[in-house]
Design a protein around this ligand. Structure first.
Ligand code: UD1
Ligand code: CA
Length: 423
């Protein structure tokens, strides 16, 4: 996008989070709040945007490495001052998009439309607005008799009448760069917060006879700012329901959206049914015609093959379960590969961690793992093998194909050796 730059503001103190971790690095459904904003920017062609951070935010600086161009705001004097600190970084662009690092749910389509309208209208500023049921805490959009935006008044500075306005400033703007930096030096310190508000630029631009436009979205959900942990919980729930809606609008059944959590990045195939109280984290891929849950947790790095069944109280992480395999009750599969058509019996545990390192378990095709089996990794169970109920298969004691093992520690049944020999 030639001539169009992007700056993300993330130097605020985040005081209402009462946290030892920088606010924008808090996890929101599998990735930091700030990553959501970076992703929206990148989807609009802003690779490596400028991100304003405070000098003390080394952690954010490290997080941004390779993803963005960090700019330091020496003192947290407000959003106008934050933009000013990126002045040099932005000097080569004609227009710039300003995003707030704590407004993570804005959809890329909305950002794209805002940019498109800004370009088409040739305004000095185009601000994104939305009607909120409860606008408290947000900057209010004050419109004149002709309907045009006249000013943005911050909650703390608003009169009772202004507080009743439900149209708010989302915290996303496009500016003509030259006009912005001409106006920004004239922003005065606010009385209530002793900060220099970027929002005051709007009234200044209008005084200068410049054109200011508003772009109104109709989705208040995408506009919420992360100002407290309650907002974080709200955002989590919005992202979750957005994902479930996308799935159920397509070919996946989610029986109880209220008790189901699915990462926006999970992929789920056609005719798969997700039962209640199920938690599906990022980088999980589930095939077609599967049955998942109830009460199941699929953690990052899990792949479930077509027609597989993962039942209640089963946890799977960094593992691959082959098509038509089953793990239906009380099971832990970690760092494991399960082949096709295998049955992992109730209460099976892959003991993947020895206190120092994690090791892998490989369970072959058509294996039958008896109830209560413990597989101490690293270990392999050959195709068609069987473990007896309660057996403990020790590490490196790989089970040959079609063998039957029983006991603690598990030993190969002679009979099965002969049977194998016969085949
Ligand atoms: C801001 C807007 C408000 C809008 C709301 C949307 C202003 C003055 N107000 O209010 O109109 O409705 O967002 O969520 O802009 N930041 C810096 N440096 C600073 C101060 C803030 O980088 O010195 C960053 C913060 O990290 C944050 C963003 O700017 O990402 C917004 O600042 P914040 O203090 O959260 O503003 P709000 O009170 O939420
Ligand atoms: Ca905020």
């Amino acid at each position: 996008m030639s001539g169009f730059g992007c700056v993300i503001l993330a130097a605020g103190k985040g005081t209402r989070f009462y946290s030892d971790i920088p606010k924008v690095l808090h996890d929101l459904h599998g990735k930091p709040i700030l990553q959501h904003v970076l992703d929206a920017a990148s989807a609009c062609g802003f690779e490596k945007p400028a991100v304003v951070i405070s000098r003390s935010a080394g952690e954010i600086g490290r997080f941004l490495k390779g993803k963005a161009r960090p700019v330091i705001q020496e003192k947290q004097l407000g959003t106008a001052d934050a933009v000013k600190s990126a002045k040099k970084e932005l000097s080569r662009f004609d227009d710039i998009a300003v995003l707030y690092g704590d407004v993570p749910l804005v959809k890329k389509e909305t950002l794209r439309s805002l940019i498109k309208q800004h370009k088409a209208s040739a305004s000095s500023c185009t601000v994104l607005t939305v009607e909120m049921e409860d606008p408290s805490g947000y900057g209010r959009i004050v419109r004149g008799i002709s309907g045009g935006v006249e000013a943005i008044i911050e909650d703390k500075e608003a009169t009772e009448e202004e507080k009743r306005v439900r149209e708010i400033n989302v915290g996303l703007y496009c500016f003509d760069r030259k006009d912005l930096f001409e106006a920004i030096d004239r922003v005065r310190e606010s009385k209530a917060k002793k900060e220099f508000y970027l929002t005051d630029v709007i009234a200044i631009l209008l005084e200068d006879g410049r054109k200011v436009a508003a772009f109104k979205t109709d989705d208040p959900d995408e506009s919420i700012g992360m100002n407290s942990r309650a907002d974080l919980a709200k955002a989590y729930s919005i992202l979750n329901q957005r994902k479930i809606k996308e799935l159920t609008g397509g070919s996946v059944t989610v029986l109880d959206p209220a008790t189901t959590f699915i990462s926006p990045e999970a992929k789920i195939g056609r005719d798969t049914v997700i039962y209640p109280f199920t938690f599906i984290e990022k980088d999980v891929v589930i095939g077609k015609h599967c049955s998942i849950g109830p009460f199941c947790r699929l953690r990052p790095g899990t792949t479930i093959g077509d027609g597989a069944e993962i039942g209640n109280f089963v946890e799977v992480v960094r593992s691959k379960v082959g098509s038509k395999s089953k793990a239906k009750h009380l099971t832990y599969l970690g760092d494991t590969v399960v082949g096709k058509g295998a049955n992992v019996g109730c209460g099976t545990i892959t003991a993947n961690y020895d206190g120092k390192k994690k090791s892998r378990t490989v369970i072959g095709d058509k294996v039958f793992i008896g109830s209560g089996t413990i597989l101490v990794a690293p270990v392999k169970v050959g195709n068609g093998a069987v473990t007896g109920a309660g057996s403990v298969v020790l590490k490196n004691k790989n089970i040959p194909a079609r063998a039957v093992v029983v006991g603690v520690p598990a030993r190969i049944l002679e009979k099965s050796k002969k049977a194998k020999g016969k085949r």
